[in-house]
Design a protein around this ligand. Sequence first.
Ligand SMILES: Cc1cc2nc3c(=O)[nH]c(=O)nc-3n(C[C@H](O)[C@H](O)[C@H](O)COP(=O)(O)OP(=O)(O)OC[C@H]3O[C@@H](n4cnc5c(N)ncnc54)[C@H](O)[C@@H]3O)c2cc1C
Length: 482
Amino acid sequence: MIIGAGIVGSTIARELSQYDLDIIVVEKNSDVAFGSPTKANTGIIHAGYDDKPGTVKAKLCSKGNALWHRIAPEVSAPFKEIGSFVVALKEEDMSILRELKENGEKNGVPDLEIMEDREELLRREPNLNREAIAALYAPTAAITSPYELAIAMAENAMENGVKILMDIEVKGFVVKKGELRSVQTSRGHVKTNHVVNAAGLQADQVSAMARIDRFTIHPRKGEYYVFDKELNGFVQQILFPVPTPMSKGIVVTPTVDGNTLIGPNSHDVEDKNDSATTSRGLDEVFSGAIRLIPKLVEKKDMTIANFCGVRPEPDTGDFIIEAYDEVRWFINAVGMKSPGLTAAPAVSQTVTALLRKSGLELRKKDSFSALRKPIDRSVRRFAIERAKRLIARDPTRGHVVCRCECVTEGEILEAIRRGATTLDGIKFRTRAGMGRCQGGFCVPRVMMILARELKISPTEVTKRGPDSKLLIGETKSLLAEA
Ligand SMILES: Cc1cc2nc3c(=O)[nH]c(=O)nc-3n(C[C@H](O)[C@H](O)[C@H](O)COP(=O)(O)OP(=O)(O)OC[C@H]3O[C@@H](n4cnc5c(N)ncnc54)[C@H](O)[C@@H]3O)c2cc1C
């Protein structure tokens, strides 16, 4: 059993699905990638020069980067190797660039280069602050869509036999004579031989249930602005300031979908569920971003959304990927702060090695297929005659539901067939509601399709599962009651 269907749990599930095993993933939310860190992050596949050599993070980040270059295309997840700059704006920053380059080389990051030719920097990034004096260039840094990547990994795992069960919360474990025997869930007991805890922000609570309580996970918030696609091309690659001890700093980056993203800031909070944006936090993000790209000041009115993600910060400062002598068959894959998204496939290989060491027999299956087909979004890319032929075969491909992102009913139906049961589930799989109007036009239409296909009343449709109903009742029935 794998606990948690964030990027870490889904990637472990896909890695293990190549072996002849009986695997279930249990997730307390209603869909894959609904946990805050996986759904709300910067989407960067880091090159791997930030982390101190010798740490688990350092080892697994550069390895994870290399693995995603192979795996993301296999599962047809969005992935663009666009490279990154860490930008020095003053002389004192130069020693930090040199330190990062040295770290990177020790961590095995290829082709790092400190570029000190301002003309060249501005040629590559025409909107960059003209005071930039140098940049550490990392060509292997890439961008992805974190929730689409997690969904793609989960789908491929399911195609290879993994069962993913939603709306089930792990509540405890039965441990006898130092061995984990079964798992108590909100829907009853499950007998299982091996458990991997990939519960993200709640991983310390889950671990404590198995009597391993030697670390805590603290929530650390990060807020963002998303800009309209009209700014597509405003920046070419991922732009970092020099890092601080708290974080990698406020980034300006393109997204895989053609938006521009700025953020995150970094603030410790008390509540793991606190993912609210604040005007103070957003001001901090904007001020940070304009240090790198001053021209953003003129573009502020092109913001289309703000959001906030919560990092699972372990008090140990490093990823915790461990098996335990005192509770056999329980493995933690936790403390996945940044660069957890990048490191996930390397984390999965470490977990697999721990499982093998604990006595689990791992026999490769002949039937394993590494390839996943994406949702067919081809209509919008085809020339008109070809699109017409496709629409003639399937008229739902000609019915545009989300106008901003040009998402058709056919894509929404396919998302539902693949497991989406909520508005956010549709949004993450198709981008319906992610465009300029942020769902102002398509939300009622998507809700009606969900209600029709799931055979429920529109008043039962939710944004992201229980406690997030979108409608309170029928207007006229309320009037009648009055
Ligand atoms: C602001 C921000 C920016 C970041 N930027 C980057 C970046 O650019 N690049 C990068 O590499 N990393 C980045 N990260 C880090 C990355 O997002 C995380 O490392 C990663 O998403 C962690 O994934 P996870 O699967 O461990 O956790 P989660 O996404 O939290 O998944 C854990 C899942 O477990 C479930 N769960 C919890 N308790 C239970 C239970 N009792 N029973 C059943 N299910 C349970 C949760 O519902 C959740 O879905 C960023 C993080 C944040 C917040």
